[in-house]
Write a protein that binds this ligand. Structure first.
Ligand code: EPZ
Length: 423
């Protein structure tokens, strides 16, 4: 139950290393189940979610060691069950479904359930795998899948370009008999990283990064060494924090080509945001200008940077309108921002943000990974010392968050709390 104490006012400056992408690393770890032998992943972020995925893989019988690199020996997959205790901690555990069905013909995964940003359904995962021959039943909170005759290629049209559904189907299809076509597929850079990894292992995949992906099933996979792409959401988080404090920061190793629309939006609100050899350089001296944005599947503006942008726009010059198209309840954190003096009204998927001159410190809490990061950004540009409770959410997705902020000149301190905050 850690909390951060953040003293507002410091302008962030300097350079900060961007870690490997959480939303790629978790899938690469699941995909390693497809290849008997030792897979070696480098640049895996040291965050709680990756530690949880290590536990999931160990529960399934893989040998996992994590020094500098993360080594996964999936020689013997002894179990096909991902237990509720682990899945409830991290929804991405559902991504062992595709690899287990492909390799073992069976999978039993606790239903992940919803979270603070939405119901997080998995119907598109299930429907896609059913089209490939899997049969599912659910009882006692578990989703049980079997593919007694193996998996066969199919044409799968996704109602929504779901990242997870595209990934689960792709990890199953590489080992299915015949050809699978995924229509309306997700196009996130993390999908491309996963596809590259699967190809290195022996998979045959075309069209990743476009709405139509074609996968030719093959039989044998060999373990490989692969480096995780940089985390565009961590990079975007620090870029927005830099703008909120009127700072100048270099995001080392960030991939500007994964952040086009984010950098364009920051430029629109008055920042200098350019991709350089070292990564991405961001700076904003004046007060940010109000901008409108809508969240959309990639290459649209990422929903995972929506809360952070809302914190920045709450002190912008003018009124901004934000539309959240990806998750049905990703404005829960707005009440926390308004407690700090923001002037934000929400109506369904829309939020109207009237920029105020300044925010002021108030006791607030992190509601999820990205909302927690947004509260820290608000605190960095608020008058006084803000206590942000429940920072375990942020520890799930950001490596060394307070150390990186401190290295950029922020005044932030982590307080370990032995008992939950009394509310
Ligand atoms: C991934 O979640 C990311 N998580 C999320 O990041 C990210 O916000 C999301 O993609 C969108 O980019 C990981 O990669 C671990 P979706 P995922 O399936 O795969 C609906 C973070 O903070 N949907 O693209 O679960 C769903 O309800 C996290 O790092 C169905 O209806 O996202 C949502 O409204 C938060 N049925 C929308 O699609 C399904 O079967 C997008 O979900 C699947 C999804």
């Amino acid at each position: 139950m850690d909390r951060f104490l953040v003293t507002g006012g410091a302008r962030l400056s300097g350079s900060v290393p961007i870690a490997g992408a959480k939303n790629s690393a978790l899938k690469l770890m699941a995909a390693a189940l497809l290849a008997p032998g030792r897979t070696v992943l480098s640049n895996v972020p040291r965050i709680q979610d990756c530690l949880t995925m290590v536990e999931v893989l160990q529960h399934l019988g893989a040998d996992v060691a994590w020094e500098d690199d993360l080594t996964i020996d999936a020689g013997a997959v002894l179990s096909v069950e991902a237990p509720y205790e682990l899945v409830s901690r991290m929804r991405a555990s559902i991504l062992v479904l595709g690899p287990l069905l492909a390799r073992c013909g069976r999978a039993r995964v606790a239903m992940p359930g919803g979270c603070n940003i939405g119901s997080r359904k998995i119907d598109l995962h299930v429907r896609g795998l059913e089209k490939m021959g899997a049969r599912f039943s659910s009882e006692h909170g578990f989703l049980e899948g079997v593919a007694p005759r193996g998996l066969s290629g199919a044409i799968i049209s996704l109602d929504f370009p779901s990242v997870g559904a595209t990934e689960n189907v792709m990890m199953a299809a590489v080992a299915a008999r015949g050809t699978t076509v995924i229509e309306n597929a997700a196009r996130e850079p993390e999908l491309s990283d996963l596809a590259e990894f699967l190809q290195e292992m022996g998979g045959r995949i075309d069209g990743v990064g476009t709405p139509t992906i074609e996968i030719e099933g093959t039989g044998d996979f060999h373990p490989v060494r692969h480096s995780v792409i940089p985390d565009r959401i961590e990079a975007g988080t620090f870029a927005i924090a830099t703008c909120a404090t009127g700072g100048q920061v270099v995001l080392e190793r960030a991939r500007g080509d994964h952040m086009d629309l984010v950098l364009a939006k920051l430029t629109e609100l008055g920042a200098d945001a350019v991709a350089t050899e070292a990564g991405v350089a961001v700076g904003l001296e004046d007060r940010p200008r109000a901008v409108d944005f809508v969240t959309l599947p990639y290459p649209g503006f990422p929903t995972d940077l929506q809360p952070q942008m809302m914190a920045l726009l709450s002190v912008a010059e003018g009124t901004s309108i934000v539309t959240e198209n990806v998750f049905e309840s990703r404005f829960m954190f707005v009440d926390e921002l308004n407690r700090m003096g923001a002037d934000i009204r929400t109506e369904g998927h829309h939020a109207v943000i009237r920029g105020v001159d300044h925010l002021s410190a108030a006791p607030v809490r992190a509601l999820d990974i990205r909302a927690g990061a947004a509260m820290v950004i608000a605190a960095l540009c608020a008058d006084g010392v803000t206590a942000v409770e429940d920072m375990y959410h942020v520890d799930r997705g950001y490596q060394d968050f307070e150390a990186k902020l401190l290295s950029l000149g922020a005044e932030v301190r982590r307080e370990r709390q032995l008992t939950p905050a009394l509310w």
